[in-house]
Design a protein around this ligand. Structure first.
Ligand SMILES: [Mn+2]
Length: 195
């Protein structure tokens, strides 16, 4: 089983996270932010990566630190679980519909962190969450996990559908990219011999 755990403590947040890449999609997420919990549960469910994440953050200030640091800690745990990345498929892309909405997530577990974010949300808040925080979460996650990550909403109207389809797309793309390719089980998927 490929597992990783991280304890991350700053003056703003305390986060414990465990991931199991070879899981069944079980999750226990408690960030104190209902909408973010709902999104991270989507990642587990649709990637089959088990995720336990407990965050205690300075929500009395606003939701920024807890959102960003949850992304950082999850990314760090994922990177740890991937280890030397031997045998993984590395690249994946998922196009996900949700009613009137269509979104696409393409990623490379490259150890070259980069985020392209082409998502516009018409409303300012979903639940108690400021919608501008989603880009912060994806940026934090891509940097700490070492992922080249492109997220694009192709079309759509409803902001809940738009962001949820992006999280489901991330989940589906991760599910494929972390999978061990039976044709290349002991091979590191780079001509450099390291990623
Ligand atoms: Mn939903």
């Amino acid at each position: 089983m490929r597992k990783g755990s991280i304890k991350r403590e700053t003056k703003e947040t305390l986060i414990n996270v465990e991931v199991n890449l070879d899981g069944t999609g079980q999750s226990k997420i408690n960030t104190g932010i209902g909408f973010l919990d709902h999104m991270m549960e989507q990642i587990a469910k649709h990637s089959l990566i088990d995720i336990n994440l407990e965050a205690k953050g300075d929500l009395h200030i606003d939701l920024h630190h807890t959102t960003e640091d949850s992304g950082i800690a999850f990314g760090e745990a994922l990177k740890k679980a991937l280890g030397d990345k031997k045998g993984i498929k590395r690249y994946a892309s998922a196009t996900i519909p949700m009613d009137e909405t269509l979104s696409r997530v393409s990623l490379d577990l490259s150890n070259r962190p980069y985020l392209v974010w082409k998502v516009k949300l018409a409303v300012e808040k979903l639940g108690e969450m400021d919608t501008e925080l989603f880009k912060e979460w994806y940026h934090a996650f891509s940097q700490s996990a070492g992922i080249t990550l492109h997220v694009e909403n192709i079309y759509g109207d409803n902001s809940h559908h738009i962001i949820e389809s992006c999280y489901k797309g991330l989940a589906r793309a991760l599910r494929e990219a972390v999978t061990v390719d039976p044709r290349a089980e002991n091979i590191i998927p780079s001509t450099k011999g390291t990623i």
